[in-house]
Each structure stands twice: as structure tokens, then as C-alpha cells.
Write a protein that binds this ligand. Structure first.
Ligand code: KG4
Ligand code: ZN
Length: 385
């Protein structure tokens, strides 16, 4: 008899992850082997190194997830794996492993879109923590969910609805250039804060004046959609402008040397770099970071609120690595309250890439029997909705 246990596997970017989740809601284990230390030396993810590290990590990570959950492979009901989007070589490691495991065990294989995973990380926690928020998952006009998936690779707005156990998504907005997390990471790099710089920028933003520098974001012109052209829709995002503005500010204010010295000092420090980074930042740098955060957060919140209104969504779900951002959480919560909208964020452990979210998103597919064939392949450009 099925006990509702799904083993999730995620390897789309720079984290090798495995998790066991019961019935799409109860996380029995959630193991993540991060490659940040490897890629930090190069200031960004190096695809070849990522694939190699996934190969080294996948077996021990799955074993640890099984051991921590206290279940045997024979007790698992299905194996779920990220199909895309992501790095082709990285995805293939997880997919090949999941396929052979499912085949060997004689259990179904379930393919999950990474973006759907991020959304389900939040749905799972909201419903599990407080069953009254089950309304987040109900269908009907007032209970339409608007999901903002905001990470190092994505800045997408989706309308999500469940009908008869099947989730459907409609993409209503996306970045036309950089992702929000990418803007954080690139600006952090310019300021000598290392990679990935989002968490450090978020911390430092609390120590500067958010009104010191004025950044302009948005202003995308709405153009008729033409196949194959970069379209700027009403709820789309653009982050390349602010990245260039930060670069220009650093040049005009002769901040480059200071940034290089800061980077050299921070490289010597292991573990939590927050206090050291704060001590190494002058007021001008802290003000720049606080102003950057204010601009990015305001823009994300503004577009999300406009879309929620336009599409009549009653709930907002924010997910992906940037959902960990304190400024974004505060501002989104406040603006949602003003409009009488529900808002949900993931816990910090489920905000960045993990496999519990893959197992959670796989649950409705398990229930409805939506299984992958043994032809399953990596889909680096996979879309949602
Ligand atoms: O979801 P994720 O782990 O991987 C992707 O699918 O991209 O997101 C990682 C991204 C990185 O760009 C990182 O800098 C950003 O999320 N990030 C943050 C914060 N924590 C992580 N950005 C801003 N503030 C944070 N607190
Ligand atoms: Zn992600």
C-alpha cells in the first residue's frame, strides 16, 4: 500500500540535493550539498565543474537523505527529479541517477519543473503550518494565486490554480534580461563582496541610507509581441539597467580600488562574513547597497501588486533564493496587508534550491498518475505555463 513517500532529487544548478517528503507536505529529510565554495573562486557557476561535483555528490546525498528520513528505498512510492530549466550537464546527472534508481526499484519516475518546485516549497509550508491557509490552494477567482519566483536564474510571475488535483500555471511576467538575483550577485561582485553576494548585500543594506542614491527601474515599453523578439510586457522585469547604474556609480566615485581591497580581505575569512564585510564597508558603499536594495525590492513589489490586481489574485506566493531577502519580505507583507491579500514566503531552508520542493511538487502528479517515461531527458530551457 502506498505510504505517500516521495524521494526528490534536484541538480539543476550548483546544489546537489535529495529529500524525502510524505504526501507532499511532511519533510522527513532535506539534504543539500552546496558547491558555493567551488564556484566562489571563479565568481560564478562554472557548468563543467557543477556537473563533476554533482557526480561526486549524488550518491552520498541520496544516501544521507534516506538515512535521515529513516526509510528504506523499498518503502519509497516514487522518485521525482528536476527535468529543467537549468544547466544541461548538471540536470543530466540527477535525471540519469533518478531514472536508474526508479527502474531498479520498479517505482514510478516523476519529472518536475524546477520553477514549479519553488512555488510548491511555499504552498507545502503554508498548508502544513496552518491548515486554515489551505485557502491558498483553493481554486476560484478570489483564491487565484500569483507566484513570484525570484532567484539567481529567474524572475517570473505566474498565475497558479489547482483544479481536480492538477496544477496549472500561466506565465504573466518575466525578466527580459537579468534575473533579480543576478543583479544582486553582479553588483556584489563589483563591490568586492564575493559570490553569491545576495545574502551579504541584504545584510549590509540594513546599515546604509536607502535614500542616498536614486535608481530608476522599470519603464519597459509595451510592444506588440513578435515571435523571437525580446518583448516588454506590462508585468515584465528588466534588471540590466540597475546593474549598469551601479557600475557607473562605482566608476564615478572611484570605488573600484576599495572594492578590490575588500575582496582580498574577505577571501581570507571562512564562514560567516557579515560582520567582517560590514567593518570593511565605508558609508558611501553601505548607502549604495541600501539604495540598490530599496530600488530592486520596490520594483519587485510594485510589479507583483499590479499583476495581482489585474488578474484578481487573492494570494501571493514568493519563492526562490531572493525570497530570503529581508527587505522583500517586509515590503511585500506590508503592501499585501494594505490590499487585503494573503502572502506566503518559504522558510530560509526552502527558499534556495533544495529537493524537498521537488518531492512536494511531484505529489499531485503522483496522485493523478502523471509519470515520466524512460525517455526523460534534460530540458535546459523548460518553461512553466
Ligand atoms: O533559488 P536559488 O538558490 O538558485 C537559483 O535557482 O538561482 O537562488 C540563488 C540566488 C542568488 O542569486 C543569491 O544571491 C540570491 O538567490 N539570494 C539573495 C538572498 N539570498 C539568496 N538575494 C538577495 N537577498 C538575499 N537574502
Ligand atoms: Zn532555483
Amino acid at each position: 500500500m502506498a505510504s505517500g513517500l516521495i524521494l526528490g532529487i534536484e541538480s539543476s544548478c550548483d546544489e546537489t540535493a535529495a529529500a524525502v517528503v510524505r504526501s507532499g507536505g511532511e519533510v522527513l529529510s532535506n539534504v543539500v550539498a552546496s558547491q558555493i565554495a567551488t564556484h566562489a573562486l571563479y565568481g560564478g557557476v562554472v557548468p563543467e565543474l557543477a556537473s563533476r561535483e554533482h557526480l561526486t555528490n549524488i550518491v552520498p546525498v541520496v544516501r544521507t537523505a534516506m538515512a535521515e528520513a529513516g526509510v528504506s528505498l523499498a518503502e519509497i512510492d516514487a522518485v521525482a527529479v528536476t527535468e529543467g530549466p537549468g544547466l544541461a550537464g548538471a540536470l543530466l546527472v540527477g535525471i540519469t541517477y533518478a531514472k536508474s534508481l526508479a527502474f531498479g526499484l520498479g517505482k514510478p519516475l516523476i519529472a518536475v519543473n524546477h520553477l514549479e518546485g519553488h512555488i510548491h516549497a511555499v504552498l507545502m509550508e503554508a498548508v502544513h503550518a496552518d491548515p486554515s491557509t489551505a485557502a491558498l490552494r483553493a481554486s476560484g477567482r478570489d483564491d487565484k494565486i500569483l507566484a513570484l519566483v525570484v532567484s539567481g536564474g529567474h524572475t517570473h510571475l505566474y498565475l497558479a490554480e489547482e483544479r481536480d488535483g492538477v496544477w496549472r500555471y500561466r506565465n504573466v511576467g518575466r525578466t527580459i534580461d537579468d534575473a533579480a538575483g543576478e543583479a544582486y550577485d553582479k553588483s556584489a561582485k563589483l563591490l568586492g563582496l564575493g559570490y553569491p553576494g545576495g545574502p551579504l548585500m541584504d545584510f549590509l543594506a540594513g546599515h546604509g541610507d536607502p535614500n542616498a542614491v536614486e535608481f530608476k527601474l522599470g519603464g519597459i515599453k509595451t510592444k506588440p509581441h513578435r515571435e523571437g523578439t525580446a518583448r516588454g510586457g506590462e508585468f515584465d522585469f528588466s534588471f540590466s539597467g540597475i546593474k549598469t547604474a551601479v557600475l557607473r556609480y562605482v566608476e564615478v566615485h572611484s570605488m573600484r580600488e576599495r572594492a578590490e581591497a575588500r575582496h582580498a580581505s574577505l577571501m581570507q575569512i571562512e564562514g560567516d562574513k557579515r560582520e567582517a564585510a560590514l567593518a570593511l564597508c565605508d558609508t558611501e558603499t553601505l548607502n549604495l547597497i541600501a539604495s540598490f536594495q530599496k530600488a530592486v525590492v520596490s520594483y519587485l513589489v510594485k510589479q507583483t501588486m499590479r499583476a495581482a490586481e489585474e488578474f484578481g489574485a487573492g494570494s501571493i506566493v514568493v519563492s526562490g533564493g531572493v525570497a530570503a531577502n529581508r527587505g522583500l519580505r517586509e515590503r511585500m507583507t506590508a503592501e499585501a496587508a494594505v490590499r487585503g491579500l494573503r502572502v506566503a514566503f518559504p522558510s530560509l531552508a526552502l527558499a534556495t534550491d533544495n529537493a524537498a520542493m521537488i518531492a512536494a511538487a511531484a505529489w499531485p502528479k503522483f496522485v493523478t498518475g502523471e509519470f515520466a517515461s524512460d525517455e526523460l531527458n534534460a530540458m535546459p530551457q523548460l518553461r512553466l505555463g
